[in-house]
Ligand binder design. Structure first.
Ligand code: C5P
Ligand code: MG
Length: 215
């Protein structure tokens, strides 16, 4: 059966910012690709779908609430996950955390048999949930997430300590409590501790191998 005829499977990984979603997804993709090659699995990050903000000044871009669903183009995400599941390639938007907007370029992503989608607000959206065949929630304690977020945002996203903490109090924590934490009820699997949970990685890999063997 060709890829376009077989049914592709989408696995969603949600959870707080810096809870280990990206590491968990990356580890699974690396391990599955080592066995099945690139055609087996790919990862799509919800962050790529933050709305373009070229029309705003830098001063205004910093004020955006990036932890509210309205900051994301979830419609495009749903459309592109659907396209991948239908065996079509997509043009994935590229995002820059320093300028808070999309790059002019996109990246072509070819369809794979298993698609991992990861991001903070995935399970808060019913239209995204409908596209996901298996849903995972990273249940990492918030203090661990904050510690990781400070290090990451300062090292990788060009932020100051004061800036990270102000954003955390203003939007990151309140939106977690309002949208992300309640979305845990929609998860099939809840994973404690974070992206290095070896047993959880093995369990999900076993399920993916099972799905790939069915194809
Ligand atoms: O990788 P992670 O799941 O942490 O990415 C989501 C986080 O990125 C959100 O909590 C949001 O506050 C942050 N973000 C940001 N600046 C942007 C876009 C997203 O701080 N321009
Ligand atoms: Mg991430």
């Amino acid at each position: 059966m060709s890829l376009s005829q077989s049914r592709c499977v989408a696995i969603g990984i949600a959870g707080a910012s810096a809870s280990g979603k990206s590491l968990f997804a990356r580890t699974i993709v690396d391990e599955i690709r080592a066995e099945y090659g690139k055609g087996g699995i790919c990862v799509i990050n919800e962050d790529n779908y933050y709305k373009p903000q070229d029309h705003l000044s830098m001063e205004d871009r910093v004020k955006t609430n990036y932890d509210h669903p309205s900051s994301l183009d979830h419609e495009l995400l749903v459309k592109q996950v659907e396209q991948l599941k239908n065996g079509e390639s997509i043009e994935l938007p590229q995002y820059c955390y320093q300028t808070h907007t999309r790059l002019k370029t996109t990246k072509t992503v070819k369809p794979t048999q298993v698609i991992i989608v990861e991001g903070i607000l995935l399970l808060s959206s019913s239209s995204i949930r409908e596209k996901l065949d298996t849903t995972i929630f990273m249940d990492t304690p918030l203090d661990i997430c904050l510690a990781r977020r400070i290090q990451r945002d300062m090292k990788e996203r060009g932020r100051s300590l004061d800036g990270v903490l102000a954003q955390y109090h203003m939007t990151v924590r309140p939106m977690f409590l309002r949208f992300i934490e309640p979305s845990k009820q929609h998860a099939d699997v809840i994973i404690p501790r974070g992206g290095k949970n070896r047993i959880a990685i093995d369990i999900i890999n076993t399920r993916i191998r099972h799905l790939l063997a069915e194809k």
